[in-house]
Design a protein. Structure first.
Length: 286
């Protein structure tokens, strides 16, 4: 499975955070969900309530360390998109006949992602371009996600590894313990690919901003903040507070040893295409 986190900053000259949310989820997703052979698509938008306010100052200070203060200035939302492999991702923009008309199935002339430069942070002096930060992620499903028919509490735990710790150690030791949190409705560990351009190269043209010197430097500054992220799903924020209390001493000890920094962002998850990791059928599907 080829998984991409696409961190996107809104067009701040035109849109508030909530207007961005409405534009991305309300319209843009209706177009981008039609990417060829997409196997899963959800959009995370940071919540208007801070993590400290949600769980209380005491717990926030206990489990947060060296949080980058400008982290949320870099993005308003990040889609997670799933494809069978890298090649499928690169071919995702291929247009397929999928609109039924009196003449049969035809290519939809109205399919367009042209709202991107208006919805997202535009590139000055590059009309029609915005600033993407698409990153390839390696996921490990610790607890399969079971989504309820209601809004649940989703928390992203971002972390920066201690230089003496590698991903295999995090997976073997920390992931084993954190997946024991009671009340979990799902837990997925994601490591960022060391190749910061893996999801950009070939999907965007070589002459676009994302692969320019400025775009590469922008992505490097953002990636320097973190090495991975864990997705936690709970029914309610109180369930996380209660669960963390049962394992807090052990997890805090591990986090102090494994991570130079660790912090949390509550996100509102918008499920657009249910992730399907089963083998694909041998025909075009969506």
């Amino acid at each position: 499975m080829f998984k991409v986190f696409a961190f996107l900053k809104r067009n701040t000259s035109l849109l508030t955070h909530d207007e961005y949310r409405a534009g991305h989820v309300g319209y843009h997703c209706g177009q981008s969900r039609r990417l060829k052979n997409i196997r899963g698509y959800l959009v995370n938008v940071w919540s208007n309530t801070s993590f400290a306010d949600r769980v209380g100052t005491d717990l926030y200070e206990q489990i947060t360390r060296n949080e980058p203060r400008d982290f949320l200035d870099w993005w308003d939302g990040f889609p997670e998109v799933f494809f069978d492999n890298h090649e499928a991702w690169l071919n995702a923009m291929s247009v397929e006949p999928n609109r039924a008309t009196a003449d049969g199935l035809v290519v939809d002339p109205d399919w367009s992602l042209a709202d991107g430069p208006v919805l997202f942070d535009p590139v000055p002096d590059r009309p029609g371009e915005f600033k993407p930060c698409h990153l390839s992620m390696h996921e490990h499903i610790l607890v399969p996600v079971e989504r309820q028919e209601r809004k649940s509490f989703k928390l992203m735990q971002f972390f920066k590894n201690n230089p003496n710790i590698n991903n295999e150690q995090v997976l073997a030791e920390y992931a084993t313990e954190v997946s024991k949190l009671p009340g979990l409705n799902g837990c997925i560990l994601n490591f960022r690919d060391s190749d910061q351009a893996a999801a950009m190269r070939g999907f965007y043209g070589d002459d676009t901003w994302g692969l320019s010197d400025e775009g590469i430097a922008h992505r490097a500054r953002f990636c320097a903040m973190w090495d991975g992220a864990i997705e936690f799903h709970f029914t309610h924020s109180n369930d996380f507070v209660s669960a963390r209390g049962t394992l807090n001493d052990k997890l805090t000890t591990l986090e102090s040893a494994f991570f130079d920094s660790v912090w949390y962002v509550e996100v509102d998850e918008n499920l657009v295409v249910m992730p399907n990791r089963t083998p694909p059928p041998n025909y075009y599907f969506r």
